[in-house]
Write a protein that binds this ligand. Sequence first.
Ligand SMILES: Nc1ncnc2c1ncn2[C@@H]1O[C@H](COP(=O)(O)OP(=O)(O)OP(=O)(O)O)[C@@H](O)[C@H]1O
Ligand SMILES: [Mg+2]
Length: 275
Amino acid sequence: MTKVFALANQKGGVGKTTTAVNLGIGLVKEGKKVLLVDADAQGNLTDSLGYREPDSIPVSLATLLVKTMMEESYDSQEGILQHQEGVALIPGNIELSAVEVSLVNTMSRETILRSYIDQVKSDYDYVLIDCMPSLGMLTINALAAADSVIIPVQAHYLPAKGMAQLLQTIARVRRQINPKLALDGVLLTMVDSRTNFAKDIAHVLRHEYGDKLRVFQDEIPLSIRAAETSAKGKSIYAHDPNGQAAKAYMAFTKEVQRIGSERRQTRQHQAEHGR
Ligand SMILES: Nc1ncnc2c1ncn2[C@@H]1O[C@H](COP(=O)(O)OP(=O)(O)OP(=O)(O)O)[C@@H](O)[C@H]1O
Ligand SMILES: [Mg+2]
């Protein structure tokens, strides 16, 4: 069974894209098959994996979404790029802004991305969707397509208001479109160990949202090395394999897998015991 994650937060610059790269390639290191989907018109995920020239993107997610909307057929491999670190990528670019506008007047406008992913996901253990910093139509599509959401939060900014809005959006998608959508949790990123901000924020989130909101135990440290990776077109494991950020992203990758298998066991237990 393929598991689809959306990396979402309408606040910009919180580490969504960096986490998509390093969770994705972390899962590859764990022997999993992974597809990354760049659902952001900025195309940062595509850039940060080294696909910067227009020629390196023969077919983008925008084209595939338009084909899905038009019910045109395509090869399930179409547009999928193979990165040297073993991860597959559906690239995104500025064409996605036009697609987002045209989605508004489309039938099944919230579920076009889901229809597309349903057609290609069977080759993969994990699909990770990197969302743009907004709660617009493409992010709703990502939430509709996902089994679970991961919310990266920058650990020196108190996300109270934005977080409430994001959780409301997730709840609404769950009620109206995608009842199985889980919230695996908040990932604290860019944690500066010299300050207590991360602890304070984790505390506030736990206090305010209680059991509804898991904060991952593993945190990602503030790291120049992590910031450099996007320019290098590689993951933190290739750029600085022995550094703190690589260790943290690998520990986080294992935590994500552990939560997934715990959830499967709970479901199995409930099924076997009649609830
Ligand atoms: N652990 C880290 N330590 C230091 N810098 C980081 C870290 N993680 C990411 N960065 C840098 O912070 C910036 C924002 O990260 P990133 O692009 O992953 O965020 P984002 O949430 O995807 O942003 P956007 O909302 O624009 O899509 C980037 O320049 C990135 O290189
Ligand atoms: Mg991004």
